[in-house]
Design a binder for this molecule. Structure first.
Ligand code: FES
Length: 108
């Protein structure tokens, strides 16, 4: 079963921006790429650095620590399936943004 978390309007990033969000101890990075939202764990699967502050190019986020790049849409390392960061569906209903997290992934 999945849980939908409503994002408060002040926490929704503008196009080209990102926000670090906390859900019951879980840190997620929410990106707005030209109006398309992507949500990932704010923990690089390599050595755990924050991805929220990484370099964003299109829908690719580059980790500041060692430079690995991840596709925000799939969570996978670019051109590889060797590493994957947790990513979550984002829904927009009547202007309200929701992040959908599977119950097994939720720490609540
Ligand atoms: S911790 Fe992200 S690339 Fe090493």
């Amino acid at each position: 079963m999945s849980q939908r978390y409503a994002i408060q309007p002040g926490q929704v990033p503008a196009p080209g921006a990102r926000k670090l969000l906390e859900f019951d101890g879980k840190s997620l990075a929410l990106f707005n790429v030209s109006g398309q939202f992507y949500a990932i764990d704010d923990s690089c699967p390599h050595q755990g650095a924050s991805l929220c502050g990484g370099l964003l190019q299109g829908r690719v986020i580059q980790c500041c620590a060692h430079g690995l790049r991840f596709d925000l849409a799939s969570g996978y390392l670019l051109n590889s399936t060797a590493l994957k960061v947790g990513h979550y569906p984002v829904e927009v209903l009547e202007g309200q943004v929701f992040i959908v997290i599977d119950a097994e992934e939720s720490v609540s």
